[in-house]
Design a protein around this ligand. Structure first.
Ligand SMILES: C[S@@+](CC[C@H](N)C(=O)[O-])C[C@H]1O[C@@H](n2cnc3c(N)ncnc32)[C@H](O)[C@@H]1O
Length: 226
């Protein structure tokens, strides 16, 4: 079955700050419950060990409320790595939420494709963002990533499968999450990916990438910078 591109409420720019912030709080809770940032931290561990790095700049695309950046900041403190962290999100509510939550990062509020080509970072990452893009935009994004990443890039996103769909449908309702999250959660899984999707998208973009399935029902797609 192909990706089902039903609309997500979060992508409607008319959302109020209160609703958007409540949805970001719900996402942060889900991220904690699913250990969503663990694969990013393992990826960074490998990178700094392999390349012997003591400092790193990192851009999180579609950074939402900034919880991944806060997790990276804690990781950097534990590992003694000096970090230059950046968040990018097109919603102004995301920046306000991330700053109010004490995210130790600089912030860019724009559509990712408006970022000037000379803005480069050691690592460019994104989590639960890629499924927001239609296939053609995703191919463009896969080409965009090595342009902005000097060392490596990493996409973490959802596996389109009935099991996570059912878990997200039931979990968001049991936890009485905001209506935007109960709606967008299952829709996000349907907009997610199977291995064939990633094979096709990576081939279409003509980039070098490694595609790995990871728990809990996610894809980790990564590649070298240009
Ligand atoms: C589902 S949220 C994920 C937030 C966060 N990464 C997380 O894991 O909780 C997706 C975010 O991507 C942002 N977004 C969607 N399309 C975008 C685009 N074209 N450029 C920049 N940000 C975008 C949305 O505003 C939203 O904050």
């Amino acid at each position: 079955m192909p990706r089902v591109m039903a609309e997500e409420i979060m992508d409607d720019p008319g959302q109020s700050e209160g609703d958007f912030a409540a949805a970001l709080d719900g996402l942060e809770r889900l991220n904690k419950l699913t250990f969503a940032h663990a694969p990013l931290l393992r990826f960074l561990d490998r990178l700094v060990s392999e390349q012997g790095l003591r400092s790193l700049s990192l851009l999180d695309v579609g950074a939402g409320g900034g919880d991944a950046l806060r997790a990276v900041a804690r990781w950097g403190q534990r590992r003694g790595i000096t970090l230059d962290l950046w968040g990018l999100d097109r919603s102004p509510w995301a920046e306000r939420h991330a700053m109010a939550s004490g995210t130790p990062a600089q912030w860019i509020t724009c559509d990712l494709f408006d970022l000037p080509a000379d803005r480069r970072f050691d690592v460019v990452t994104c989590s639960l963002f890629a499924h927001h893009l239609e296939d053609a935009a995703l191919v463009r994004f896969l080409r965009w990533l090595p342009v902005h990443a000097e060392r490596r890039w990493l996409i973490l996103d959802l596996h389109r499968h009935w099991l996570p769909w059912a878990a997200v449908w039931a979990g968001t309702r049991l936890l009485r999450m905001h209506p935007m999250v109960t709606h967008d959660g299952p829709v996000s899984v349907m907009r997610g990916f199977d291995r064939a999707d990633w094979g096709r998208l990576v081939a279409g973009a003509e980039v070098s990438a490694t595609i790995r399935w990871i728990l809990p029902f996610r894809w980790a797609v990564s590649g070298p910078g240009a």
